[in-house]
Design a protein around this ligand. Sequence first.
Ligand code: ATP
Length: 609
Amino acid sequence: MPYGLGRVRFMDDDEQASKPSWSLFSRILAYFKPYRWPLALAVFIILFQTSLSLVPPLVLRSIIDEALPTKDLGLLGLLVGGSILATVGINLLQVGQSYLNQWIAKHIVFNLKNTLYHHLQGMSMRYFTTAKPGDILTRLSSDVDGIQDIFNSTVVNALNSGFTLFTTAIVLMLMNWKLGLLSLAVLPLFILPTRKVGKARWKIAQKSQEKVSELHQIISETLGISGVLLMKIFTKEADHRREFETTHQELIKLQLKETLVGRWFMMTIQIFMTIGPMLVYLYGGYLMIQGELTVGAIVAFVALLNRLYGPVTQLSNIHIEVTRSFALFGRIFDLLDADQEITDAPQAHELRVNDGRIVFENVHFAYQLETEILHGISLTCEPNTVTALVGPSGAGKSTITNLIPRLYEIQSGTLTIDGQNIQAVTLNSLRRNIGIVPQEPYLFNATIAENLRYAKSDASDAEMIAACTAAYIHDFIISLPEGYNTLVGNRGIKLSGGEKQRLSIARVILKNPKIIIFDEATSSLDSLSEAYIQKAMGPLLEGRTALIIAHRLSTVLRADRLIVLDKGDLVESGTHNDLLNHKGLYAQLYATQFLTQEETQSNPDTVIK
Ligand code: ATP
């Protein structure tokens, strides 16, 4: 999909769908409605300023026809003074008008961007798993910003050019209708080449935007933290450099072509701009000889001609601007209309957690409607106990944990916490009561303290230290030169996997929720890191309802109850010993997966002295 950073965006095939229509137009108007008074003022200023700019050419006529022939110095001074005053007034009004235009456009953009950001925050995980991050960023930044330019280039431009054209045409016709008609008759000479060149430039500009987008794609893919690593490891620097240079070269060629088309365009316009006044002089001269026109009128006519040609040139491409505006608004509305999927029910109440008992009753779930992933799961996670989910890869363990904070919506069945259906409580209260330690903890590129306070913004230093001590990470943090103020790098790259996980545990301890979901890392850690994590899990799980996706022997041994899943079905449940005796899937997993792990994992004290 072609998208450009920068201000101007062009349509792609999808956008062709956002053709101008009344419903789209009235929806766009709704965004202008709160600013109707500033808009009315802007229209008034445009009207006043375009009328005022008729004064200097008309004054010129009076100077030539009245003040000069009669040698009336007083009148000459008055006319020149009036013309200067009008010019100063026009320019002052232009300053005010452009400030007002910017003010209106910026406020519309401000509101739209906030609404869009808020809407995107509420979108479901399903949306974010398929949406392209670049596309979201483009819509939120350059699409919305583009509206500001569009306001200036479409609305203001159309009003300005329209009024100027209208008022000038009337004055010309009033001065002399025959010469007026001749002046208007040459206008098609401007419209035709402008439209043709406008279209050609538009096509080239579209192509160069695609190239810009390709260039950005190369930059973001090869200079991002993960891409750079891959590039270095596979020594692809030269390939990417070539790719970058070729795309860049193609872009420059297109940009040069665009400029050249622009030059041809200017040349054509310049020729017509010279022809217009010549025709006026020819026919005006004839009318003067006939005694129908004065010299001053001819000069004023020529001066007014520029007020016809400029706006006509602007207006001949207005349809491109309008189509572009509708396409931009269309893209933004598409996003605003996208279903958020998971929202608070109309009568949603706050979740009240006492014990933290989680009950799944005959829960069916599918990521895509046609492929059911969980086939009627029923299970209870008791308070103050550790429930471990085990099963082969793809069995549905992560999926089960994703359903509890309503990251995905169940298709049928019920899921309750302390007897309250999770679909009937507010998302905020539900997620406030759940702490998640993901397999690959995400850390922001900020300090350790800032990452920790993401869980509790008003946490005191003492609380933070207590949480880190409980998570066995405090000693490591204070051993760093900048302690809690150490920057962790993009995605926490400056920390090891084990350190990141312990920091993530500390963050959840600081949040202090009643329900804990722990997705154990599958990657093997060294025995010291492993032992630290096992130690850190003690305070994390204590006195809470804990659900762990278990990959380690030590964890299954620690669990009060094991749930064995296979292909979306709950196939076994019980204690470690029960299940071993049962000699089913768990016994197999134990023999192939858990038993092979180091014995030290189950006994951290042997490592941490
Ligand atoms: P692992 O131990 O490998 O993480 P798991 O038991 O946690 O596996 P899940 O991640 O719950 O398994 O996946 C269960 C099934 O759902 C898999 O077949 C997987 O391909 C599919 N799946 C997981 N996430 C998505 C998603 N976002 N969209 C579509 N299908 C998905």
